[in-house]
Design a binder for this molecule. Structure first.
Ligand code: NZQ
Ligand code: ZN
Length: 379
Protein backbone atom coordinates (compact mmCIF):
# COMPACT_ATOMS: atom_id res chain seq x y z
CA UNK A 1 0.00 0.00 0.00
CA UNK A 2 1.30 3.47 -0.87
CA UNK A 3 1.21 6.29 1.68
CA UNK A 4 -2.00 8.35 1.59
CA UNK A 5 -4.16 10.87 3.41
CA UNK A 6 -7.86 10.12 3.28
CA UNK A 7 -10.03 13.09 4.27
CA UNK A 8 -13.74 13.22 3.60
CA UNK A 9 -15.87 15.33 5.95
CA UNK A 10 -19.21 15.12 4.07
CA UNK A 11 -22.07 13.76 6.14
CA UNK A 12 -24.26 11.41 4.12
CA UNK A 13 -27.93 11.11 5.00
CA UNK A 14 -29.13 8.11 3.00
CA UNK A 15 -32.62 6.72 2.50
CA UNK A 16 -36.22 7.22 1.56
CA UNK A 17 -38.03 10.23 3.02
CA UNK A 18 -34.88 12.11 3.99
CA UNK A 19 -35.47 15.11 1.70
CA UNK A 20 -38.08 16.54 4.01
CA UNK A 21 -35.39 16.93 6.69
CA UNK A 22 -33.17 19.34 4.74
CA UNK A 23 -34.55 22.39 6.57
CA UNK A 24 -33.54 21.02 10.00
CA UNK A 25 -29.89 21.50 9.12
CA UNK A 26 -30.42 25.08 8.00
CA UNK A 27 -32.25 26.81 10.84
CA UNK A 28 -31.24 30.48 11.26
CA UNK A 29 -29.47 30.53 7.92
CA UNK A 30 -30.11 32.41 4.71
CA UNK A 31 -29.52 30.09 1.76
CA UNK A 32 -29.21 30.27 -1.98
CA UNK A 33 -31.52 27.53 -3.28
CA UNK A 34 -29.90 26.42 -6.51
CA UNK A 35 -31.31 24.03 -9.11
CA UNK A 36 -31.36 23.27 -12.82
CA UNK A 37 -34.31 23.18 -15.20
CA UNK A 38 -37.80 21.87 -14.63
CA UNK A 39 -37.16 18.32 -13.36
CA UNK A 40 -37.40 19.08 -9.63
CA UNK A 41 -40.72 20.84 -10.13
CA UNK A 42 -42.11 17.94 -12.16
CA UNK A 43 -41.11 15.19 -9.76
CA UNK A 44 -42.04 16.92 -6.50
CA UNK A 45 -38.54 17.41 -5.05
CA UNK A 46 -38.93 21.19 -5.27
CA UNK A 47 -42.08 21.10 -3.14
CA UNK A 48 -40.46 18.80 -0.58
CA UNK A 49 -37.50 21.14 -0.18
CA UNK A 50 -39.74 24.23 -0.03
CA UNK A 51 -42.01 22.69 2.61
CA UNK A 52 -39.02 21.76 4.73
CA UNK A 53 -37.46 25.23 4.43
CA UNK A 54 -40.73 26.92 5.39
CA UNK A 55 -41.39 24.54 8.28
CA UNK A 56 -37.97 25.28 9.72
CA UNK A 57 -38.09 29.05 9.07
CA UNK A 58 -35.11 28.98 6.75
CA UNK A 59 -34.64 32.17 4.74
CA UNK A 60 -33.69 31.66 1.11
CA UNK A 61 -33.33 33.10 -2.36
CA UNK A 62 -33.93 30.91 -5.39
CA UNK A 63 -31.76 30.63 -8.49
CA UNK A 64 -32.67 28.18 -11.23
CA UNK A 65 -31.25 27.54 -14.68
CA UNK A 66 -28.07 25.52 -14.16
CA UNK A 67 -27.63 23.66 -17.42
CA UNK A 68 -25.97 20.28 -17.96
CA UNK A 69 -22.28 20.97 -18.70
CA UNK A 70 -22.64 24.03 -16.45
CA UNK A 71 -21.19 27.32 -17.63
CA UNK A 72 -19.14 30.12 -16.17
CA UNK A 73 -21.51 32.94 -17.19
CA UNK A 74 -24.27 31.45 -15.01
CA UNK A 75 -21.85 31.09 -12.10
CA UNK A 76 -20.88 34.77 -12.37
CA UNK A 77 -24.56 35.78 -12.19
CA UNK A 78 -25.17 33.58 -9.17
CA UNK A 79 -22.09 34.88 -7.32
CA UNK A 80 -23.37 38.41 -7.82
CA UNK A 81 -26.78 37.44 -6.47
CA UNK A 82 -25.25 35.58 -3.50
CA UNK A 83 -23.16 38.62 -2.58
CA UNK A 84 -26.06 41.04 -3.00
CA UNK A 85 -28.34 38.90 -0.82
CA UNK A 86 -25.57 38.20 1.67
CA UNK A 87 -26.39 34.52 1.93
CA UNK A 88 -24.59 32.16 4.26
CA UNK A 89 -25.07 28.76 2.64
CA UNK A 90 -26.08 27.05 -0.62
CA UNK A 91 -28.67 24.32 -1.15
CA UNK A 92 -27.88 22.39 -4.33
CA UNK A 93 -30.83 20.28 -5.52
CA UNK A 94 -29.71 18.37 -8.59
CA UNK A 95 -26.98 16.28 -10.15
CA UNK A 96 -23.32 17.03 -10.80
CA UNK A 97 -24.00 20.18 -12.79
CA UNK A 98 -25.93 21.87 -9.98
CA UNK A 99 -23.51 20.71 -7.27
CA UNK A 100 -20.46 21.81 -9.26
CA UNK A 101 -22.02 25.21 -9.88
CA UNK A 102 -22.80 25.48 -6.16
CA UNK A 103 -19.18 24.70 -5.27
CA UNK A 104 -17.89 27.34 -7.67
CA UNK A 105 -20.35 29.94 -6.40
CA UNK A 106 -19.38 28.99 -2.82
CA UNK A 107 -15.71 29.66 -3.56
CA UNK A 108 -16.39 32.78 -5.62
CA UNK A 109 -18.45 34.31 -2.82
CA UNK A 110 -15.32 34.97 -0.73
CA UNK A 111 -13.03 35.94 -3.61
CA UNK A 112 -12.69 39.45 -4.95
CA UNK A 113 -11.06 38.43 -8.22
CA UNK A 114 -12.42 36.40 -11.14
CA UNK A 115 -13.56 32.95 -9.94
CA UNK A 116 -12.02 31.48 -13.13
CA UNK A 117 -8.62 32.22 -11.51
CA UNK A 118 -9.15 29.07 -9.43
CA UNK A 119 -9.58 26.98 -12.57
CA UNK A 120 -6.39 28.19 -14.23
CA UNK A 121 -4.33 27.82 -11.05
CA UNK A 122 -3.93 31.58 -10.65
CA UNK A 123 -5.41 31.48 -7.13
CA UNK A 124 -6.11 28.88 -4.45
CA UNK A 125 -9.45 28.34 -2.73
CA UNK A 126 -9.11 29.28 0.93
CA UNK A 127 -12.73 29.65 1.95
CA UNK A 128 -16.16 28.67 0.64
CA UNK A 129 -19.79 28.87 1.74
CA UNK A 130 -21.16 25.63 3.22
CA UNK A 131 -23.06 23.49 0.70
CA UNK A 132 -26.07 21.26 1.43
CA UNK A 133 -26.99 18.81 -1.32
CA UNK A 134 -30.24 17.10 -2.24
CA UNK A 135 -28.99 14.66 -4.85
CA UNK A 136 -31.40 13.96 -7.70
CA UNK A 137 -29.15 12.06 -10.12
CA UNK A 138 -26.54 9.44 -9.27
CA UNK A 139 -23.39 9.75 -11.39
CA UNK A 140 -20.56 12.09 -10.51
CA UNK A 141 -20.00 11.71 -6.72
CA UNK A 142 -19.77 15.49 -6.54
CA UNK A 143 -22.06 15.07 -3.51
CA UNK A 144 -19.12 13.57 -1.58
CA UNK A 145 -15.98 15.03 -3.07
CA UNK A 146 -14.15 18.33 -3.27
CA UNK A 147 -14.11 18.80 -7.03
CA UNK A 148 -16.13 20.86 -9.51
CA UNK A 149 -16.05 21.14 -13.29
CA UNK A 150 -17.24 24.21 -15.19
CA UNK A 151 -17.10 25.23 -18.85
CA UNK A 152 -15.80 28.63 -19.80
CA UNK A 153 -17.89 29.20 -22.92
CA UNK A 154 -15.66 32.03 -24.16
CA UNK A 155 -12.37 30.12 -24.07
CA UNK A 156 -13.96 26.68 -24.74
CA UNK A 157 -12.24 25.21 -21.71
CA UNK A 158 -13.96 22.65 -19.49
CA UNK A 159 -11.73 22.82 -16.42
CA UNK A 160 -11.91 21.71 -12.79
CA UNK A 161 -11.19 23.00 -9.30
CA UNK A 162 -10.53 21.21 -6.03
CA UNK A 163 -10.34 22.28 -2.43
CA UNK A 164 -11.09 20.95 1.03
CA UNK A 165 -13.52 23.85 1.54
CA UNK A 166 -15.68 22.47 -1.29
CA UNK A 167 -16.76 19.19 0.28
CA UNK A 168 -20.53 19.47 0.84
CA UNK A 169 -21.40 19.68 4.55
CA UNK A 170 -24.36 17.32 4.22
CA UNK A 171 -25.66 15.38 1.24
CA UNK A 172 -29.12 13.85 1.25
CA UNK A 173 -29.17 10.70 -0.85
CA UNK A 174 -32.75 9.57 -1.25
CA UNK A 175 -32.88 6.89 -3.98
CA UNK A 176 -36.56 7.65 -4.67
CA UNK A 177 -35.48 11.12 -5.84
CA UNK A 178 -33.86 9.41 -8.83
CA UNK A 179 -36.93 7.42 -9.98
CA UNK A 180 -37.63 10.00 -12.70
CA UNK A 181 -34.11 10.20 -14.14
CA UNK A 182 -34.59 9.43 -17.85
CA UNK A 183 -32.92 6.42 -19.46
CA UNK A 184 -30.25 8.41 -21.30
CA UNK A 185 -29.10 10.01 -18.05
CA UNK A 186 -29.19 6.66 -16.23
CA UNK A 187 -26.82 5.43 -18.95
CA UNK A 188 -24.62 8.53 -18.67
CA UNK A 189 -24.43 8.13 -14.90
CA UNK A 190 -23.65 4.45 -15.15
CA UNK A 191 -20.79 5.05 -17.60
CA UNK A 192 -19.44 7.97 -15.57
CA UNK A 193 -19.31 6.01 -12.31
CA UNK A 194 -17.72 2.99 -14.02
CA UNK A 195 -15.06 5.14 -15.68
CA UNK A 196 -14.32 6.92 -12.36
CA UNK A 197 -13.51 3.50 -10.94
CA UNK A 198 -11.55 2.26 -13.93
CA UNK A 199 -9.36 5.31 -14.62
CA UNK A 200 -7.48 4.56 -11.38
CA UNK A 201 -7.67 0.78 -11.80
CA UNK A 202 -6.03 0.88 -15.22
CA UNK A 203 -3.53 3.74 -14.76
CA UNK A 204 -2.04 2.96 -11.35
CA UNK A 205 1.52 1.69 -11.43
CA UNK A 206 1.53 0.14 -7.99
CA UNK A 207 -0.22 -3.21 -8.15
CA UNK A 208 -0.28 -4.66 -4.65
CA UNK A 209 -3.64 -3.16 -3.67
CA UNK A 210 -6.11 -6.03 -3.40
CA UNK A 211 -8.55 -4.05 -1.22
CA UNK A 212 -8.85 -1.26 -3.78
CA UNK A 213 -9.04 -3.70 -6.70
CA UNK A 214 -11.79 -5.57 -4.91
CA UNK A 215 -13.71 -2.36 -4.17
CA UNK A 216 -13.53 -1.37 -7.83
CA UNK A 217 -14.57 -4.75 -9.20
CA UNK A 218 -17.50 -5.07 -6.77
CA UNK A 219 -18.67 -1.54 -7.48
CA UNK A 220 -18.42 -2.00 -11.26
CA UNK A 221 -20.40 -5.25 -11.05
CA UNK A 222 -23.01 -3.60 -8.83
CA UNK A 223 -23.34 -0.65 -11.21
CA UNK A 224 -23.74 -2.97 -14.21
CA UNK A 225 -26.41 -5.10 -12.56
CA UNK A 226 -28.32 -2.19 -10.99
CA UNK A 227 -28.26 -0.22 -14.26
CA UNK A 228 -29.89 -3.15 -16.05
CA UNK A 229 -32.55 -3.41 -13.34
CA UNK A 230 -33.25 0.34 -13.35
CA UNK A 231 -33.72 0.42 -17.12
CA UNK A 232 -36.32 -2.33 -16.84
CA UNK A 233 -37.92 -1.10 -13.64
CA UNK A 234 -37.25 2.62 -12.94
CA UNK A 235 -38.93 2.49 -9.52
CA UNK A 236 -37.01 -0.47 -8.13
CA UNK A 237 -35.82 0.95 -4.79
CA UNK A 238 -32.96 -1.48 -4.20
CA UNK A 239 -31.58 -1.01 -7.69
CA UNK A 240 -31.71 2.79 -7.37
CA UNK A 241 -30.17 2.60 -3.87
CA UNK A 242 -27.32 0.31 -4.90
CA UNK A 243 -26.65 2.39 -7.97
CA UNK A 244 -26.69 5.65 -5.99
CA UNK A 245 -24.30 4.52 -3.28
CA UNK A 246 -21.96 2.86 -5.81
CA UNK A 247 -21.74 6.08 -7.80
CA UNK A 248 -20.93 8.07 -4.65
CA UNK A 249 -18.23 5.61 -3.57
CA UNK A 250 -16.76 5.61 -7.07
CA UNK A 251 -15.23 9.08 -6.70
CA UNK A 252 -15.12 9.95 -3.01
CA UNK A 253 -11.46 9.04 -2.60
CA UNK A 254 -12.01 5.56 -1.18
CA UNK A 255 -10.99 3.46 -4.16
CA UNK A 256 -7.88 5.48 -4.99
CA UNK A 257 -6.49 5.82 -1.43
CA UNK A 258 -3.28 3.81 -1.29
CA UNK A 259 -2.90 3.02 -4.99
CA UNK A 260 -0.09 5.53 -5.58
CA UNK A 261 0.04 7.65 -8.73
CA UNK A 262 -2.88 7.35 -11.15
CA UNK A 263 -4.35 9.51 -13.92
CA UNK A 264 -7.67 10.50 -15.50
CA UNK A 265 -6.77 10.70 -19.23
CA UNK A 266 -10.27 9.70 -20.37
CA UNK A 267 -11.80 12.57 -18.43
CA UNK A 268 -9.25 14.91 -20.02
CA UNK A 269 -10.37 13.83 -23.53
CA UNK A 270 -14.06 13.70 -22.57
CA UNK A 271 -13.99 17.25 -21.18
CA UNK A 272 -12.58 18.47 -24.47
CA UNK A 273 -15.48 16.90 -26.40
CA UNK A 274 -17.99 18.48 -23.99
CA UNK A 275 -16.28 21.87 -24.14
CA UNK A 276 -16.43 21.97 -27.93
CA UNK A 277 -19.73 20.23 -28.66
CA UNK A 278 -21.75 20.40 -25.39
CA UNK A 279 -22.13 16.62 -25.27
CA UNK A 280 -23.14 15.05 -21.92
CA UNK A 281 -20.18 13.95 -19.82
CA UNK A 282 -21.12 10.26 -19.61
CA UNK A 283 -21.64 10.10 -23.38
CA UNK A 284 -18.12 11.38 -24.00
CA UNK A 285 -16.67 8.68 -21.72
CA UNK A 286 -18.54 5.76 -23.32
CA UNK A 287 -16.91 6.80 -26.60
CA UNK A 288 -13.42 7.60 -25.34
CA UNK A 289 -12.84 4.86 -22.77
CA UNK A 290 -13.15 1.78 -25.04
CA UNK A 291 -10.93 3.61 -27.57
CA UNK A 292 -8.31 4.31 -24.87
CA UNK A 293 -8.37 0.66 -23.77
CA UNK A 294 -7.88 -0.52 -27.36
CA UNK A 295 -4.97 1.91 -27.86
CA UNK A 296 -3.31 0.68 -24.64
CA UNK A 297 -4.29 -2.96 -24.93
CA UNK A 298 -0.76 -4.39 -25.03
CA UNK A 299 0.45 -2.47 -21.94
CA UNK A 300 -2.70 -3.31 -20.03
CA UNK A 301 -3.10 -6.97 -20.97
CA UNK A 302 -2.57 -8.31 -17.42
CA UNK A 303 -4.98 -5.83 -15.85
CA UNK A 304 -7.50 -6.44 -18.62
CA UNK A 305 -7.21 -10.17 -18.05
CA UNK A 306 -7.98 -9.72 -14.34
CA UNK A 307 -10.76 -7.22 -14.99
CA UNK A 308 -12.39 -9.50 -17.57
CA UNK A 309 -12.22 -12.47 -15.23
CA UNK A 310 -13.56 -10.68 -12.14
CA UNK A 311 -16.27 -8.59 -13.81
CA UNK A 312 -17.41 -10.60 -16.83
CA UNK A 313 -16.09 -14.08 -16.06
CA UNK A 314 -13.96 -14.13 -19.23
CA UNK A 315 -10.27 -14.79 -19.54
CA UNK A 316 -9.16 -12.70 -22.49
CA UNK A 317 -8.12 -8.99 -22.70
CA UNK A 318 -9.86 -8.39 -26.05
CA UNK A 319 -13.07 -9.91 -24.75
CA UNK A 320 -12.84 -7.74 -21.60
CA UNK A 321 -12.84 -4.57 -23.72
CA UNK A 322 -15.61 -6.01 -25.87
CA UNK A 323 -17.63 -6.87 -22.73
CA UNK A 324 -17.46 -3.31 -21.44
CA UNK A 325 -18.16 -1.70 -24.81
CA UNK A 326 -21.14 -3.94 -25.47
CA UNK A 327 -22.50 -3.19 -21.98
CA UNK A 328 -22.28 0.54 -22.80
CA UNK A 329 -24.04 -0.03 -26.15
CA UNK A 330 -26.69 -2.24 -24.51
CA UNK A 331 -27.78 0.58 -22.17
CA UNK A 332 -28.00 3.04 -25.06
CA UNK A 333 -24.71 4.86 -24.46
CA UNK A 334 -22.85 6.04 -27.59
CA UNK A 335 -19.60 4.14 -28.21
CA UNK A 336 -18.39 5.78 -31.44
CA UNK A 337 -17.88 9.43 -32.37
CA UNK A 338 -20.46 9.07 -35.15
CA UNK A 339 -23.09 8.12 -32.54
CA UNK A 340 -23.01 11.74 -31.34
CA UNK A 341 -22.67 13.24 -34.81
CA UNK A 342 -18.88 13.64 -34.81
CA UNK A 343 -16.46 12.46 -37.50
CA UNK A 344 -12.78 12.00 -38.27
CA UNK A 345 -12.59 15.67 -39.27
CA UNK A 346 -13.42 16.69 -35.66
CA UNK A 347 -10.53 14.76 -34.11
CA UNK A 348 -7.91 17.45 -34.70
CA UNK A 349 -9.92 20.11 -32.86
CA UNK A 350 -10.73 17.77 -29.95
CA UNK A 351 -7.08 16.77 -29.58
CA UNK A 352 -5.93 20.40 -29.79
CA UNK A 353 -8.41 21.46 -27.11
CA UNK A 354 -7.55 18.50 -24.86
CA UNK A 355 -3.85 19.34 -24.74
CA UNK A 356 -4.34 22.34 -22.43
CA UNK A 357 -6.15 20.19 -19.86
CA UNK A 358 -3.52 17.45 -20.27
CA UNK A 359 -0.87 20.03 -19.37
CA UNK A 360 -2.88 21.34 -16.39
CA UNK A 361 -3.15 17.76 -15.10
CA UNK A 362 0.53 16.96 -15.72
CA UNK A 363 -0.30 14.37 -18.40
CA UNK A 364 2.59 15.54 -20.53
CA UNK A 365 2.85 12.35 -22.58
CA UNK A 366 -0.62 13.15 -23.99
CA UNK A 367 0.45 15.19 -27.00
CA UNK A 368 -2.01 16.30 -29.64
CA UNK A 369 -0.79 13.46 -31.89
CA UNK A 370 -1.22 10.79 -29.20
CA UNK A 371 -4.73 12.00 -28.33
CA UNK A 372 -5.67 11.96 -32.04
CA UNK A 373 -4.35 8.39 -32.37
CA UNK A 374 -6.47 7.26 -29.41
CA UNK A 375 -9.59 8.95 -30.77
CA UNK A 376 -9.18 7.17 -34.11
CA UNK A 377 -10.14 3.98 -32.28
CA UNK A 378 -13.57 5.59 -31.75
CA UNK A 379 -14.31 6.01 -35.47
O1 NZQ B 1 -31.94 20.51 -15.24
P1 NZQ B 1 -32.98 19.55 -14.84
O2 NZQ B 1 -34.33 19.87 -15.34
O3 NZQ B 1 -32.96 19.31 -13.34
O4 NZQ B 1 -32.63 18.14 -15.56
C1 NZQ B 1 -31.45 17.41 -15.30
C2 NZQ B 1 -30.42 17.52 -16.42
O5 NZQ B 1 -31.04 17.85 -17.64
C3 NZQ B 1 -31.79 15.95 -15.30
N1 NZQ B 1 -32.16 15.43 -13.98
C4 NZQ B 1 -31.45 15.49 -12.82
N2 NZQ B 1 -32.11 14.84 -11.84
C5 NZQ B 1 -33.27 14.39 -12.38
C6 NZQ B 1 -33.30 14.76 -13.73
N3 NZQ B 1 -34.33 14.46 -14.54
C7 NZQ B 1 -35.37 13.77 -14.00
N4 NZQ B 1 -35.40 13.38 -12.71
C8 NZQ B 1 -34.37 13.67 -11.86
N5 NZQ B 1 -34.40 13.24 -10.59
O6 NZQ B 1 -30.60 15.31 -15.69
C9 NZQ B 1 -29.87 16.13 -16.59
C10 NZQ B 1 -28.38 16.00 -16.32
O7 NZQ B 1 -28.04 16.53 -15.08
P2 NZQ B 1 -26.51 16.80 -14.72
O8 NZQ B 1 -26.46 17.39 -13.37
O9 NZQ B 1 -25.85 17.53 -15.83
O10 NZQ B 1 -25.91 15.31 -14.72
P3 NZQ B 1 -24.67 14.72 -13.95
O11 NZQ B 1 -25.00 14.45 -12.53
O12 NZQ B 1 -24.22 13.59 -14.78
O13 NZQ B 1 -23.55 15.86 -13.95
C11 NZQ B 1 -22.71 16.05 -15.04
C12 NZQ B 1 -21.72 17.17 -14.78
O14 NZQ B 1 -20.85 16.84 -13.68
C13 NZQ B 1 -19.48 16.90 -14.10
C14 NZQ B 1 -19.58 16.58 -15.57
O15 NZQ B 1 -18.42 16.94 -16.27
C15 NZQ B 1 -20.80 17.36 -15.98
O16 NZQ B 1 -20.49 18.71 -16.19
N6 NZQ B 1 -18.63 16.02 -13.29
C16 NZQ B 1 -18.40 16.37 -12.02
C17 NZQ B 1 -17.52 15.66 -11.20
C18 NZQ B 1 -17.25 16.07 -9.82
N7 NZQ B 1 -17.66 17.24 -9.39
O17 NZQ B 1 -16.63 15.32 -9.07
C19 NZQ B 1 -16.81 14.48 -11.69
C20 NZQ B 1 -17.28 13.96 -13.00
O18 NZQ B 1 -16.21 13.28 -13.62
C21 NZQ B 1 -17.83 14.98 -13.93
O19 NZQ B 1 -16.80 15.63 -14.63
ZN1 ZN C 1 -16.72 11.67 -14.67
Amino acid sequence: MKEFIFYNPTQIVFGENQTKNIGRYLRNKKCLFLYGGTSIKQNGIYNKVMDSLKKNNVAFVEKSGVKPNPVLSFVYEAIELAKKENIDCIIAAGGGSVIDSAKTIAAGFYYDGDVWDFFIDKAQIKQALPIYVVLTLAATASEMNSGAVITNEKTKQKFNIRGDALFPKISILDPTNTYTVPKNHVANGSVDAIVHLLEGYFTKKYLSTPIQDGFVETLVKTIISSTKQILKEPENYDARANFMWSATLALNGLTTAGIGAYAFPNHMMGHSISALFDIAHGSTLSIVFPAWLKYNKDNLSQRLQRFGKEVFGIDNPDKAIEGLESFFASIGAPTKLKDVGLAQTDIEAIAQNAVSLAQKWGLNEYTKEKIASILKFAL
